[in-house]
Design a protein around this ligand. Structure first.
Ligand code: CA
Ligand code: CA
Ligand code: CA
Length: 157
């Protein structure tokens, strides 16, 4: 009996340590790439992982991604730059797992997204184009209109 109890204590301690290590490693949004809906939005932009995406977080994460994607630093993204940045995050998410159909599907989606974001279809995604669509996306996702996105906004149908 005593042995079993101490084993449980050890298990609890190990679990607590693992949780601490995971929390320490947690940095930036939980879900680096892909997906639809509210949980994907929160996973993608909740930089401090408190379950709430403020407008500041949303804008900061997007700005940082845009800058990271603009590898030739000409101020706009080509389709290749846009998709390469997305694929970089997707690869991190897969972390050694084999690329499956959903991986290919996500890449395909990234190409589709680029063409939606590139509003004037000149092959260049500018900051202005990205901001305009992102603003609409944020407002649409913030269904209760309190200026932040969290689970109280509900999955949109
Ligand atoms: Ca560029
Ligand atoms: Ca454009
Ligand atoms: Ca809200």
């Amino acid at each position: 009996m005593k042995t079993q109890k101490s084993r449980l204590v050890i298990a609890a301690v190990v679990a607590a340590m693992t949780a601490t290590a995971a929390a320490a490693a947690a940095e930036g949004p939980a879900a680096p790439a892909g997906g639809h809906g509210l949980s994907a939005f929160i996973g993608g932009y909740d930089a401090n992982r408190d379950g709430v995406v403020t407008r500041e977080e949303y804008d900061a994460v997007r700005k940082q991604r845009f800058a990271a994607a603009d590898t030739n630093r000409d101020g706009w993204l080509s389709e290749d730059e846009y998709v390469a940045e997305f694929e970089g995050r997707l690869k991190q998410q897969y972390a050694g797992r084999a690329q499956d159909d959903s991986y290919a599907g996500s890449i395909k989606q990234a190409h589709v997204r680029f063409n939606i974001l590139d509003t004037d279809h000149d092959g260049k995604l500018t900051v202005e184009e990205e901001n305009a669509i992102a603003d609409k996306t944020f407002k649409r996702t913030d269904t209760n209109g309190d200026g932040k996105v969290d689970k109280t906004d509900g999955e949109k149908s």
